[in-house]
Design a protein around this ligand. Sequence first.
Ligand code: HEM
Length: 566
Amino acid sequence: MFATTGNSEETIGSPPSIGQSSITFNSMRFARTFPSIVSRAVWRTISTNALKCKAETVTATKRDEYYKNISAQTQNFNEKPSGWNEALPFEAIPGPKSTVILTVMGLLSLMGLKTDVSVIDMNKKLQKRYGDIVNIGKPIGKRPLVFVYNPNDMEHIFRNAGPYPIRNGLEAVTYYRTKVRPEVYKGVGGVALVHGEEWFKYRSMANPILMQPRTTQRYIRTMDTVANDLVKNIRCLAKERQNNEMPEDFQNELYKWSLESVGIVAFNRRLGCLKLDLEKGSEAQRFITSVVKSLDMLYYLDVLPHVWRIFSTKHWKEYVECSNVLTDIALKYIDEALAENVPEDVPEHELSVLHKLLRVDKQFALTMVIDMVAAGVDTTGKTLAAALYFLAKNPEKQARLREEAIKKSSRTKFSRHGRSPGQISLSESDYKRNHKVGPNRYRKLEANHQGFGYQKNVDVVAVNFLSSRDSDQYKEPDKFIPDRFLRTTTDEYSVKNAHPFATLPFGHGPRSCIGKRLANLELEVAIAKICRNFELTWPHEDMKFDIKLLYGIADPLKLRVKPLQA
Ligand code: HEM
């Protein structure tokens, strides 16, 4: 059922079999060395959460009862919460309100010009000037926005988001699906886009398919072959170039890897993105270009004011062009999967993710796989880029990782949960904390919700990229210090001193990232392989990081890689 069209056969270095894979670098010791901010933070927050929002544990059979319970525990939105009358009106929230910066950025984007306004600096200034809760006003075409900088307020927002948390945004995608290609999407918006009962319906169908550990387990072997292909490409690039330095567009190579990885799950086939000699007009190349470009465009269409609603901007046209390519190729792959005619009596657990989605419904499968690709390429590709950069900058940490990878590779077996006994999750490590690629967390607070002391419906942006680098939360927050996540660390570096909501890389609650297990698997396999096969160095100035749609490296990733005998 798994079609291989990529260049996966050759295994670089050792070891070839999955039980002996280099993914097994996550030994117990290393796991103790590089654990566990997010997992612990998420675990703590989930387990103490008044709403008991354990999205990943919801099974198909129990989900209705589960969510009914959550609803019962949530406040009744028809009643004003206590303290409502004493709360201040929305207008009283301090802030620029005039959205001058966003409007200027929007107008420049309308003219097709790039802006050099640093989102990070802008937020630092806003917080300094107006405090922890800032009224941004109403940017063109958007709802009124409030930025929140304090983890206590973030906690309040997430805990009170109700059973169907609303994350507004991505209106351009919704518009495309409903108005530009209604004949394809037929009103099915997709789990990342819709809200309320409709979201709950899709998410309840998708959770048991995507969030179960055995789903991840099923793809370990193929993730391993994809990572081998990436390693092979890095070897070739190093050979071709002076000083073994990666080319300026190396980030694109990492996007190819992340698309190939998520593509395996979404389309149940190798897409062939990692072929080195990929022709410009080939389907795989068109697919990569469209995915990466459409995500680029979403910064202009979604983050900046929505001028595309008024004029058909250059960015909107490019977005539509890319989305058409993406939609048509996805449709073709889905039709090919449907043509496989999987007998109805094949048990659910033997099916691939795509075939499970197709068993629900073709429309649902289409939106789900496109959402997976849209949400799973940039995020994972940027996280890998940043992780490699920090490893290159920290040779002793890199050596420790390599040593463990090599030592444990031949002994560790995968557990039935699809993890090696000591396998760390990068979401639990400093890699991820350093690279909260999703810089902000969005929630809409509902009507009659008191919010944090202000009487009004508000769209709230929890500015997580600042809180997760706040020196009040983490000592020397910009330093790559994995030991701060050790359970045994009790000094002033320990994450135990930080607020659990200060860093939320995968969000929180029932609407948190549905691809989190998958992303962690992809990253763990790739980082282990790369570290075993190369010594990474960074002989340049420090990398700049910035935010567009996501947070990530802003300079070319010109890593130097010295091939090793793995
Ligand atoms: C390092 C990689 C990734 C990071 C950091 C990340 C982060 C996030 C975050 C922060 C959210 C919003 C959560 C919230 O609002 O509480 C989200 C949502 C989502 N992610 Fe991921 N993600 C990653 C990879 C993936 C992958 C590989 C997939 C593919 C399955 C994926 C699919 C989704 C989807 C479909 C949603 C929307 C869920 C919903 O609205 O119900 N993500 N992700």
